[in-house]
Write a protein that binds this ligand. Sequence first.
Ligand SMILES: Cc1ncc(COP(=O)(O)O)c(C=O)c1O
Length: 352
Amino acid sequence: MKLKTNLEQMIPYKPGILKEGAIKLSSNENRLGPSPMAIQAASEALADVHIYPDGSCRKLRESLADRHGISAESFIVGNGSDEIMTLIAAAYIGADDNAITAESTFSEYTFATILYAGEIRKAPLNEGTFDPEAILQRIDDRTKVIYFCNPNNPTGTYVSHERLDSMLSRIPHDVLFVLDEAYADYSDADDFPQWKTLLKKFPNLIILRTFSKIYGLAAMRIGYAMAKEEVINQILVTKQPFNVNTPGQRAAEAALKDSEFYEKSRAMNREGKKYLYRELERLGLKFYPTQANFICIHVKRDSSELFQNMMGRGVTIRPLASFGLNEWIRVTIGQEEDNKLLIRILEESLKC
Ligand SMILES: Cc1ncc(COP(=O)(O)O)c(C=O)c1O
């Protein structure tokens, strides 16, 4: 059999190496665990798993509509926001088309584009941040999608509301702008983009969010997107009938109600960030100020070796060679004891 030509350069996704007993600070998960209300709802939903799930995720979309103050028809729910990235590519990208993103960013934008035989164009980051000008320069009449990660994974940096607004006003109306806000729940900058204002203004905008981060439901695989109804209806054409399982839908609905857990997660991140900034400065390590639940740190050496060393001592972090950042690592901000252990082990490993 011959693999399709567009897939020849691709390799299957390799999950990160995990070590039993080591604490996992490599995937930006919620170190508080899942919301207790979500666990309860998911457990109760197990009694219904002989019935196919609601393929339209009606109740979850209604809860999201209440939460965000837009119509339930403005949402699509996916098996993680990863799935939605692929559905978008299926809807809009074909051979001879291109999509644009940045050089050091989330890998699924490239995956989705190549899967549908498109060309992926990558603009360099500027000081670890998505560079609107560099992206605009790469647009041509075959550009169908722009994948824009804000805050950016793995750097944690962000582009402000004003800059994003001005960028969006220079993008052709037939290019879909995918604003991936997987980590926006953690942002605390005053000028962080207000997605609702932008959505009212730009019909070619779609915003991605996930329950995998602040809601602590990564294994449930629930992500969603918000856009004008016309865009959602186009993307819905590419969706499998039963893409989101019932325990996941119920867990997500319950998690939306658990404002105590949400606020606790935000507070943990705020405190952890303060502590880690202080400690990284003490260690003389450069890092990017973050709007997310992770920090990107310059370790001034091959980060893959450092990763092995730290894992041997009980902490798994993410070395960033696959993002083109060989001397950088990304660490999840955790609870107080996680952060203390991280710093102790980082300090020890840097001395080796
Ligand atoms: C920027 C970004 N978007 C999306 C995702 C995936 O989210 P989900 O678990 O909803 O597929 C991640 C996961 O790490 C991410 O970092």
